[in-house]
Design a protein. Structure first.
Length: 251
């Protein structure tokens, strides 16, 4: 049985066994009972994940054709596919679960925000992204790539950039390099007024990243607070601890 690739769904399927095995090896460093694969596509990763002993496995796949292909090619997957859009499902397990996948590039940031929503249940995520996005998620303060994704993910997870994936590892080859990263949930997070306050502050600060924090976030603080020297800086110069501390001083 064959399948077609759908550009509208951002589909590029992994065909390089070496890369697949490196991803599975990174996964095996963790202990888990429940595993969710996002966008199994042609099943390059799935066939290894189905073989993991003692694992309750589920795959989330929106594309009808891929669901039929996976069920025909890997009979063990029957009953384990959630045939829905990952961005609109409830957590697939009641307990903790690891999330893994070669994420569709057009929704990869939204997948991350979904994992952040579920962070109480997701101790680890291993995902493949466009290299530029992967680098952004892992970026440190002071770098050009440090931004909204870096701060909001790193506020709750340790981010590790694992390895590059060349275009030739896919069918069809994408126009850009890819990268695999691992998120490990932090035991201790910075104190903040609320997650909502952090998200509001970070998004506003980086939406006008060339401006000083004072000019970019003026509407969130009283004038007296804005006199503080930290507001002379630009968003990319602030650490996660800085942003978290500032949430307590918001209006």
């Amino acid at each position: 049985m064959q399948y077609t690739l759908k550009k509208s769904l951002g589909q590029h399927f992994l065909k390089d066994e070496n890369i697949t095995q490196k991803i599975v090896a990174a996964l095996k460093e963790h202990q888990f009972n429940n595993l969710v694969e996002v966008g199994p596509g042609g099943g390059a990763l799935t066939r290894y994940l189905l073989e993991l002993p003692g694992t309750d496995f589920k795959a989330v796949e929106l594309d009808d054709e891929k669901v039929l292909y996976l069920e025909a090619t890997y009979p063990a997957i029957k009953g384990k596919i959630i045939h829905k859009d990952f961005l609109h499902i409830v957590p697939p397990f009641e307990n903790e679960f690891i999330v893994i996948g070669n994420f569709p590039y057009n929704i990869s940031s939204q997948i991350l925000f979904k994992v952040l929503e579920w962070k109480a249940q997701v101790p680890v995520m291993i995902g493949m992204f466009q290299k530029e996005v992967a680098q952004r998620i892992a970026a440190k303060p002071g770098s050009k790539t440090y931004g909204i994704l870096s701060v909001l993910v790193q506020a709750f997870y340790e981010v590790e950039y694992l390895f590059d994936v060349p275009q030739a590892a896919f069918n069809p080859p994408p126009k850009v390099m890819s990268g695999v990263i691992r998120l490990k949930r932090k035991d201790q997070i910075e104190e903040m007024r609320s997650e909502k306050a952090l998200f509001t502050l970070v998004k506003m600060a980086f939406n006008q990243r060339r401006k000083t924090l004072r000019n970019a976030t003026r509407s969130l603080f009283d004038e007296t607070v804005l006199q503080d020297e930290i507001f002379n800086k630009r968003a990319e110069q602030l650490s996660i601890a800085d942003f978290a501390a500032l949430t307590f001083r918001m209006r």
